[in-house]
Design a protein around this ligand. Structure first.
Ligand code: BTN
Length: 330
């Protein structure tokens, strides 16, 4: 199994720092087995990742602001009994290219029920080939591997079920009112709070492995505003006290609960939750699919999770695509 320990020296260094007390370069060097020069170099790299570090000659280093790093035992503390028994592995890493890709690179038997959280993604992936802006120690980047004894086609509604789980977890962390723009964009007050990327691998007839990725903006760096190509927001704008470790625990609880229900009973148990969260029902929208645009009023979803659109020519279903909501309907 390709399973690197925490091989990110900048992350290891960050875990040694606090915003309360100065920590000397010598004691960090000793704790991590680095030279003093390496400590200094990694402090510089941490700054380049957007984390402000104060350095005082003769005293050492300190974080300028309090930062909550992800921590396995803190996430574990928030897991319910179901999650504790279902999860085979919970891993936290510093930098990965993409948490989905990291899970994909594991051996087959290690992928199922493995959850990975990373502090930073160097090539975070969004839907439809876009990139996902993933600054260090600010947000949540989570992937879960899950094997289903179902055909690939039976998982058509899984991305919707995952988005519902993310909304429920945010509710539990005092970030209420998150809605879903089909198929699984998480919107708060009309701006993008997060998104889900579900990648399914395996035999068309099953079984198959779903890699379920969720990204939530928790405390996004304001300086990155220009890198995101749409209006965005973060959870801290509604709940400034939000804990990333607690949210990670709740995301896993809601995800594992919804996935278990879905594997057993399909999408029917989620129909009402979807209706409550649907950000587009009743709105005039434009669906772009394979370079073509279709305009109409969104009237909900089909049993297969497709978007139903009412237009003057009738009702049509779209199984894939991207929707934009007419501004007045947001
Ligand atoms: C989207 O709205 O476009 C989907 C964004 C999904 C981002 C998450 S972050 C964790 C996981 N790893 C990735 O590379 N992408 C997903």
């Amino acid at each position: 199994m390709k399973d690197p320990a925490n091989s990110d020296p900048v992350h290891r260094l960050a875990l040694q720092l606090s915003h309360k007390e100065m920590r000397s370069g010598a004691s960090i060097a000793e704790a991590l087995g680095y030279s003093r020069t390496a400590v200094w170099k990694h402090v510089e790299s941490l700054r380049k990742r957007g984390i402000e570090v104060d350095a005082v000659a003769g005293q050492g280093y300190r974080l300028r602001e309090p930062l909550e790093f992800l921590d396995e035992s803190s996430v574990h503390q928030h897991l319910d009994t179901r999650s504790r028994s279902l999860l085979k592995q919970l891993k936290i890493l510093g930098t990965v290219s993409s948490t989905n890709d990291w899970l994909q690179s594991l051996d087959r038997e290690s992928q199922h029920a493995c959850a990975l959280l990373a502090e930073h993604q160097s090539s975070g992936k969004g839907r439809r080939g876009r990139s996902w802006v993933s600054p260090f120690a600010r947000n949540l980047y989570l992937s879960l591997g899950w094997r289903f004894d179902l055909a690939v086609a039976d998982l058509a509604c899984l991305p919707l079920v995952v988005a519902i789980a993310a909304c429920e977890a945010l509710d539990a962390c005092e970030v209420p009112g998150v809605r879903i723009k089909w198929p699984n964009d998480l919107l708060l007050n009309g701006a993008k709070l997060g998104g889900c990327l579900v990648e399914v691998h395996g035999d068309a007839a099953g079984p198959c492995l779903a890699i379920v990725g969720i990204g939530v903006n928790v405390r996004m760096n304001r300086g990155l505003a220009g890198e995101i190509d749409q209006p965005w927001t973060d959870a801290a704008s509604v709940n400034p006290e939000i804990s990333r470790n607690r949210l990670a625990g709740h995301l896993l609880n809601c995800l594992l609960r919804n996935i278990s229900v879905f594997a057993e009973s399909g999408f029917d148990p989620f129909v009402n939750a979807w209706k409550d969260r649907d950000a587009v029902a009743g709105s005039q929208v434009v669906v772009s699919q394979a370079g073509r645009w279709h305009e109409g009023i969104a009237i909900g979803i089909s049993r297969e999770g497709g978007l139903m659109l009412q237009s003057p020519t009738g009702v049509a279903e779209y199984r894939a695509g991207e929707i934009s909501i007419r501004q007045k309907d947001l």
